[in-house]
Ligand binder design. Sequence first.
Ligand code: ZN
Length: 179
Amino acid sequence: MKPDEYPSSTPLGTRPSADPTISRLTEIFGPPSKNIGLNCGPVENEALQSLVVKDKIGPFTATMLKPALTSLQSIFSEIQKTDPDLLKNVTNLGTICVRFGRGSSDLSTHAFGTAIDLRFDESAPSSASLADGTAKQAKVVLFFERAGWQWGGPSDYMHFQAGLPLIEKWIAAGELTSK
Ligand SMILES: [Zn+2]
């Protein structure tokens, strides 16, 4: 079904999504907020909000869904151990933010706090350097993928999000159950 085929009465954030992680997280929590637009809004969903934490990841502080943040902390310590140079100029460009994805009527995974925008290069890497794997951004992808994260690819190179198998693991371990 294309987004414009949904009846307009379907509440936002409850539609099936092209991204299976969005559908799964919506199944678990319901919509993250009542009013969702193109700009960042707050999390209004109490169950989701109760699992959002703020903590240090490498050189910066981030606010995210707890198991996502914990997973990122271990990715960063793995990179630190293996190739610390990759973390030299890393910038956090955004974590939790309730909005639609860019150019889409789907929720962004940022809305559930399972995504982060990170820049590892001092400036935007070229698509050629990303493609041949010489950009720092491309080098870190392996660390993320090994930990169950998906990369946004050259067209959304800053974007990293928890993949479905990782989210299923959190669900099975009771980590997405609000206390
Ligand atoms: Zn993103």
